[in-house]
Design a binder for this molecule. Sequence first.
Ligand code: GDP
Length: 714
Amino acid sequence: MKREYPLEKVRNFGIIAHIDAGKTTTSERVLFYTGMSHKIGEVHEGETITDWMEQERERGITITAAAVSCFWTKTTDDPTDQNKKHRFNIIDTPGHIDFTVEVKRSMRVLDGAIVVFDGVSGVEPQSETNWRYAEEAKVPRICFINKLDRTGASFERSYASILDRLSPKAVRMQIPIGEEGEHVGIVDLLSMRGYHFEGKNGEKVLAVDVPEYLKTDAEKYRGELIEKIVEHDDALMHQYLEGKEIPLEELKKTLRKAVIANSIFPVYAGSALKNKGVQLILDAVVDYLPSPVDLPPVKGIDPKTGEEIERKPSDDEPFSALAFKLQTDPFVGQLAFFRVYSGIVEAGSYIYNSTTREKERLGRIVRLQADKREEVKAVFTGEIAAAVGLKDTRTSHTLCDIDHPIILEAIVFPEPVVSLRIEPKTKADQEKMGMALKKLSDEDPTFRVSSNQETFETVISGMGELHLEIIVDRMKREFGVLADVGKPQVAYKETIQGHAEAEHKYIKQSGGRGQYGHVKILIKPLEPLVPGAKIPKNVKRSEHFEFVNNIKGGVIPNEFIPAVEKGIKEAMERGILAGYKAVDISVSLFDGSYHDVDSSEIAFKIAGSQAFQDAAKRAKPVLLEPIMKVEVVTPEKFMGDVNGHLNSKRGHVESIEDRAGNKAILAKVPLSEMFGYTTTLRSMTEGRASSTMEFDHYAVVPSNVAKEIIEARS
Ligand code: GDP
């Protein structure tokens, strides 16, 4: 198998944006200009290509992250020259706050991003969240200030908000020719060329002279840009200081390195809706965003030895890939999107899922293009494609060569913070509901389904009210299941704040064989893991639990120890105070005894579970609640009311900033106080304020509030 184009010519990138900034419109223009889509649909008509789910169309938000592939030849290159063609794999990322986890997930597999901003409002709260995720994942970014045709748009003000609120490493690559109604084109500062976009859909990119009135500004900003670039190369800096003109190609090469190193974020201008500027941004993707070879080798664990190993981005390395998204396709069934980090995989071959430790057959492989699915025979390093019919592969699993296994770092998802009861309307719905919920939770790792053992109710949990609302809606649309839902509830947790020891002897002697299990345990709060510290052999640690085996001299035989651990884990699931799952506890099993005949796994399991319950009650147990980061943007005259209300909701206002003539209030507020907040805010501010909210951390519930919650549950 040979690849059709070199790896250096692949770009895996995402388009990320605050909701309404114009991500859909921009994506659509991209697909049009790359020649895959033959008509430009309007977002409000619901004709865009990435928004193919019916419901997304209605809501106008892209919920799922699909990957779409296309080709691009730079506007300055000969379009018929096959050597100039670049493969783009565009990973779709959602804009709504409840789906930031989807953004986080996609960050793992994209190598670069275009961040879209609304030229009227500049940086918005969601842009900051997305920026932070990109920062954490070290994803190189180029910024696109969109909508410069809108009344009130300002490139300079939006650019200043990027410098101020996101990064001082941002730098202008362009300035617009005209703004608002007069926005007709772009000046590219490096080349000092103007550009107009003509033809029905702006498909003709015409180089023009820089308008006279912009020349002084353009020269000044070009100077700033060059200064920022030469900082990254000593030789260029030298030439610059000597007053020499540096060749354009040299500047671009250095800029490319700096962008890939996350040291510079170039800023572009335009209007996707009015077909201005998009092609130049695609040229920038080629020029400045990394190809898979520009990235360091991917790291993973050898499942046989537990040691860290690497895979270089090369077709010659053993195959390794990460599944990053499951999606049900209306025509071919379930698709598992994966990104290949090394090697090649062929359709029809057997692969190893090192996460599940199962072999799976990779039947068909497809690549999604704007308007069709292309069947592919092989997927090469750096590529993104989707497998049809993988049975046990889930998001975040590693797929690899059977003879050269590796486990890539898994994508970490936050725990759900909201849950609600869901009840099928009829018997027929009941039968379908289980299947529907399973499919939906397979697709979305932040969506969970559980059933209450006592009441037989089904409980679904997710990242926010809207998240669950959409799930219920999809259940109705895609699976035809009608259900009644309860009120949203906070997903509380429990933990301990002190140490306690407990002993439990489980003995039963009623005829026949008896039961005997005897344990002594010490429990204490789980200490955070020190990075790089070695975990001793007798310690088993997972994210929220640690089990330490301190049994000496075989006072409890090894075969029974896992049963003790299991009993403790089950007791933690059942909680201590109010039946919410207990987390972040370290348990040490340090003594006990056994009986030659009567001891059994079940007896030790019960002893472990009882000892835990007893110890936990005395170890200062507390309830934990999710605290949300809330941002409210309001006209100043309502600021007092909004603040006062947040304070009365156990909120803590952390800062107040000026934001384009309004006030932005940043606060931390318990989720339990925030249900229905948008409605309250609307009536408090005559509908003129807006708010966003995302999960921040879990904190101890104050005792007076905890008392009520515990009483209500008992
Ligand atoms: P998304 O939520 O980020 O995907 O944003 P959309 O692409 O759906 O755009 C939101 C709204 O802004 C739609 O009504 C678009 O027509 C409009 N829009 C997008 N880009 C532009 C632009 O460049 N200029 C103007 N005036 N409107 C735009």
